[in-house]
Design a protein around this ligand. Structure first.
Ligand code: SAM
Length: 214
C-alpha cells in the first residue's frame, strides 16, 4: 500500500513540473531574446537621437524605476521619435505592463512607430498621434507611472489633469526639472496633499519624481 501510494504521488508531481517548467523556460528565453534585441538597438542608436530625446542614463533611470517598483500601467506625454518610450516599454516587458504614449507631431510619431518595431517593443506600446492637452483630460486611468516630457509650459496643467488618475504608490515623473521656470511647477507639486516629490539631481537635467502616498 505504501509503495502504491508513493507511486501515485510521484507521477502527479512530475506532471506538474513538466507542465510548468517548459512554459517558464519559453518565457525566459523569449525575454532573453527580446533583451538582446532592445540592447542591440539602443547601443547602435546611442549617439543618433536628435529629436530632443532623453539621454541614455535618463532612459536607464526610468527603466530601473519601473522594474524595481513593478509598475504596469504607464503613460508618456511627448513620444518624439521614441527613445524614452523604448526604455519604458522594455521595463514593462519585464513587469507585464503596457505604455500609452502621446505625440502631436506626425513625422516624429511615425518615426517612433518604426523605432518600436526595430527595437522589438511595439507590442508593449499604444502610440497615439494626439494633442496631449486634450487627451490627458479624457484618457482612462489609473496609471502607476507617468513620464511628462512634452511642452514645459503645460507641465502644471498635465499634472492637474492626471494627478487624480494616479494609483496609490504610483509615481509621476517630470523631465528637465532644472530648466529655467520649472521651480514654480515643482513648488505646486510639493503643495499637493497626498503626493511626495523628490528630484533626481545627478541626471542630465533633473527628473522630478512625484509619488502618490495616500
Ligand atoms: C522633449 S520631446 C520628447 C522626447 C522623448 N520623450 C524621448 O526622450 O525620446 C517633446 C515632444 O513633445 C511633443 N509635444 C509638444 N506638445 C505636445 C502636445 N500638446 N501633445 C503631444 N505632444 C506634444 C513634441 O512634438 C516633441 O516631440
Amino acid at each position: 500500500m505504501k509503495l502504491g501510494a508513493g507511486l501515485l504521488v510521484v507521477p502527479t508531481v512530475l506532471t506538474i513540473a513538466l507542465v510548468s517548467i517548459p512554459a517558464t523556460a519559453e518565457e525566459a528565453s523569449a525575454q532573453a531574446s527580446l533583451d538582446d534585441q532592445v540592447e542591440a538597438f539602443l547601443r547602435a542608436r546611442q549617439s543618433t537621437w536628435r529629436d530632443m530625446n532623453v539621454p541614455r542614463r535618463d532612459g536607464q533611470f526610468l527603466h530601473d524605476m519601473i522594474v524595481e517598483k513593478g509598475y504596469t500601467r504607464a503613460l508618456e506625454i511627448g513620444t518624439s521619435s521614441g527613445h524614452s518610450s523604448i526604455w519604458i516599454a522594455w521595463a514593462l516587458s519585464k513587469t507585464g505592463g503596457k505604455l500609452i504614449t502621446l505625440e502631436i507631431d506626425e513625422s516624429r510619431h511615425r518615426e517612433a512607430l518604426e523605432n518600436f518595431e526595430k527595437a522589438g517593443v511595439a507590442q508593449f506600446i499604444d502610440a497615439r498621434l494626439v494633442d496631449a492637452h486634450e487627451a490627458v483630460k479624457t484618457i482612462e486611468g489609473p496609471f502607476d507611472f507617468v513620464f511628462s516630457d512634452a511642452d514645459k509650459g503645460w507641465y502644471k496643467q498635465y499634472f492637474i489633469d492626471l494627478a487624480p488618475k494616479m494609483a496609490p504608490g504610483g509615481c509621476y515623473t517630470s523631465h528637465n526639472i532644472h530648466m529655467r521656470g520649472m521651480a514654480a511647477y515643482v513648488d505646486y507639486q510639493r503643495s499637493r496633499p497626498g503626493f511626495e516629490t523628490t528630484i533626481e539631481d545627478d541626471l542630465t537635467s533633473g527628473i522630478g519624481v512625484t509619488c502618490r502616498v495616500e
